[in-house]
Design a protein around this ligand. Structure first.
Ligand code: NCD
Length: 307
C-alpha cells in the first residue's frame, strides 16, 4: 500500500507527474469532476487546521467524491482513549483514503502501518507536512518554470516549522539549490535536518539572522509564522513572534522576479500592503495546493486499486 508520510516517499519523477496532472486539472477541470465518484476521503484532524483540511475536502468534492471525518480530537474517540492504530483500522472499514493531521510526530506513520487504505500525512507535530510541500513545489515551478538552480531563503521559525523541514528535504533532490536560512538564534533549523539533508547531500547553505541583507540574492523567499503552539513558554513566544516583518520598504532591494511564498496562516510576518505586489504568491499557493491534493488523491487511489 502506497502512503504519503514523508515527501521522500515520492520520487522526483512522481512529483513531476503529479504537477503535470495538477496542471491538466487546472486546464480541464470538467474531465476530473466525476473521477472519484462514490469514493470517500476521511479527514482525521487531531489538531486545528483551516487550509489543509478544507483544501483536502474541496479537492475530494471537485473529484466528485465524498468526505467524512472530524476536525478536532475532542470530537473523536481519541478523547475516550482510542489509539491511532485502532482509529486507522476502524476508518479503513469506512473510507477509501485517509488524510491525517496530528500533534504527535510519527502519528500518521503509525496510522499507515495499521490502515488497509492509503494514508496521507497532513502535518505531524513539528516534523513534516508533505502535501504543503507539494503546493510549494508546484508554486515554484509555475512561477519560475523550474525547481533547480535557485537560491531559496527560508525565514522565521525554522525550528518548529514542519513545512520548512519538508520543503528543504524535497528541494535537496534538485540540482544547483542554495539555501539561506534566516531565523533568530533560538529558532534555527534543527541539526537533524542540517545533518541528514543539507550536509549529507553537500548542499550549500548559510545561516543568518539578517533578512534585509539576504533579500537581494534570493529567487524565492519562504516566510513562516512563529509556531506558538510548539513553545514551552509564552514569554519566549512573545519575545520572538515579531522577529521578522516583511514590509514594502524592506522589499526595496529584493529582485524584481523574487517569488514570496508563505504556507499560511499569516500572523504579522508579511505586511498586507505586499499582497498586491506581483511578487506575492501566497494566495496562488493555496489554490495550487488544492490541485496537487487532487492529483495525489487520484494517484494513491489508483495505486490502491480503488479507482
Ligand atoms: C502550516 C502548518 O500547519 O504547518 N499551515 C498549513 O498547513 N498551511 C503552517 C503553519 O501552521 O504555520
Amino acid at each position: 500500500m502506497r502512503h504519503l508520510i514523508d515527501i521522500l516517499d515520492l520520487s522526483v519523477e512522481e512529483i513531476a507527474e503529479l504537477m503535470d496532472v495538477a496542471s491538466d486539472i487546472i486546464e480541464n477541470p470538467g474531465s476530473y469532476s466525476e473521477a472519484c465518484r462514490g469514493k470517500k476521503l476521511a479527514t482525521l484532524f487531531f489538531e486545528p487546521s483551516t487550509r489543509t483540511r478544507l483544501s483536502f475536502e474541496a479537492a475530494m468534492y471537485e473529484l466528485g467524491g465524498h468526505v467524512i471525518g472530524f476536525s478536532e480530537a475532542q470530537s473523536s474517540s481519541a478523547s475516550k482513549g482510542e489509539s491511532v492504530a485502532d482509529t486507522a483500522k476502524v476508518i479503513s472499514c469506512y473510507a477509501d483514503i485517509i488524510a491525517m493531521r496530528h500533534p504527535k510526530e510519527g502519528a500518521p506513520l503509525v496510522a499507515a502501518m495499521n490502515a488497509s487504505i492509503p494514508v496521507i500525512n497532513a502535518g505531524d507535530g513539528g516534523h513534516n507536512h508533505p502535501t504543503q510541500t507539494l503546493a510549494d513545489l508546484f508554486t515554484i515551478r509555475r512561477e519560475k518554470g523550474r525547481l533547480d538552480h535557485l537560491t531559496v531563503g527560508l525565514c522565521g521559525d525554522l525550528k518548529f516549522g514542519r513545512t520548512v523541514h519538508s520543503l528543504i528535504t524535497a528541494l535537496s533532490r534538485y540540482e544547483g539549490l542554495r539555501f539561506v536560512l534566516i531565523s533568530p538564534e533560538e529558532l534555527k533549523l534543527p541539526s537533524y535536518v542540517k545533518k541528514e539533508v543539507l550536509k549529507a547531500r553537500d548542499i550549500p547553505y548559510v545561516q543568518t539572522t539578517d533578512l534585509e541583507g539576504s533579500l537581494p540574492e534570493l529567487d524565492i523567499l519562504y516566510m513562516t509564522r512563529v509556531q506558538r503552539e510548539r513553545f514551552f513558554n509564552e514569554e519566549d513566544y512573545l519575545r520572538l513572534k515579531d522577529s521578522y516583518i516583511l514590509t514594502k520598504d524592506r522589499l526595496r532591494d529584493a529582485r524584481e522576479d523574487l517569488s514570496i511564498l508563505h504556507p499560511l496562516p499569516r500572523v504579522n510576518e508579511i505586511s498586507v500592503a505586499i499582497d498586491d505586489d506581483p511578487r506575492a504568491c501566497y494566495f496562488k499557493q493555496v489554490l495550487y495546493g488544492k490541485y496537487m491534493r487532487m492529483a495525489l488523491i487520484l494517484k494513491l487511489l489508483k495505486e490502491a486499486g480503488r479507482l
